[in-house]
Ligand binder design. Structure first.
Ligand code: CMP
Length: 138
């Protein structure tokens, strides 16, 4: 079994569609083994997205991710990282495959509804960033 970190982003919490996103996650066979709704601080968002700090979109990314609550989650399945990335769809929803979360719900490359870890190393760092061991119940 593998674990991945998911974030349901502000564009989804403000539109009240977190349950619809969770249905797509569960329908794909991923188990939500930890979940909490939080409001990221600018410092947390900057640290979480530190790998993007030199990108042109970094400031707008931090502004957006702190603009409203997010739901952070740990998802578990065989090949959870790849499976979640498949059902999320591409970062830019304009070119995402039909039936993916981003094709269905995302509004733009910034307001793209969900984040998922991109490697086992990122998953470990990102899960540890938000959750203690006792909060994860597999
Ligand atoms: P996410 O998977 O959360 O990781 C970084 C985020 O930056 C990404 O999703 C996008 O929402 C956002 N972003 C904004 N502009 C770009 C861009 N040009 N390329 C990649 N990511 C972008």
């Amino acid at each position: 079994m593998e674990r991945t970190l998911s974030i349901i982003k502000p564009d989804a919490t403000t539109r009240n569609i977190t349950g619809k996103v969770n249905s797509m996650i569960e329908d794909a066979g991923l188990r939500i083994i930890a979940q909490k709704r939080i409001r990221l601080t600018p410092l947390q968002a900057e640290e979480f997205y530190a790998e993007h700090k030199d990108k042109a979109f970094f400031t707008s990314l931090v502004d957006f991710m702190t603009s409203a609550p997010v739901v952070v989650q740990v998802l578990e399945a065989d090949d959870a990282i790849a499976l979640y990335r498949k059902i999320m769809g591409t970062t830019n929803p304009a070119v995402a495959e039909e039936g993916t979360i981003r094709k269905t719900f995302a509004l733009s490359i910034d307001k793209n509804t969900v984040h998922g870890s991109d490697s086992p190393e990122s998953a470990k760092r990102e899960i540890d960033f938000f959750f203690s061991g006792t909060e994860i119940v597999g």
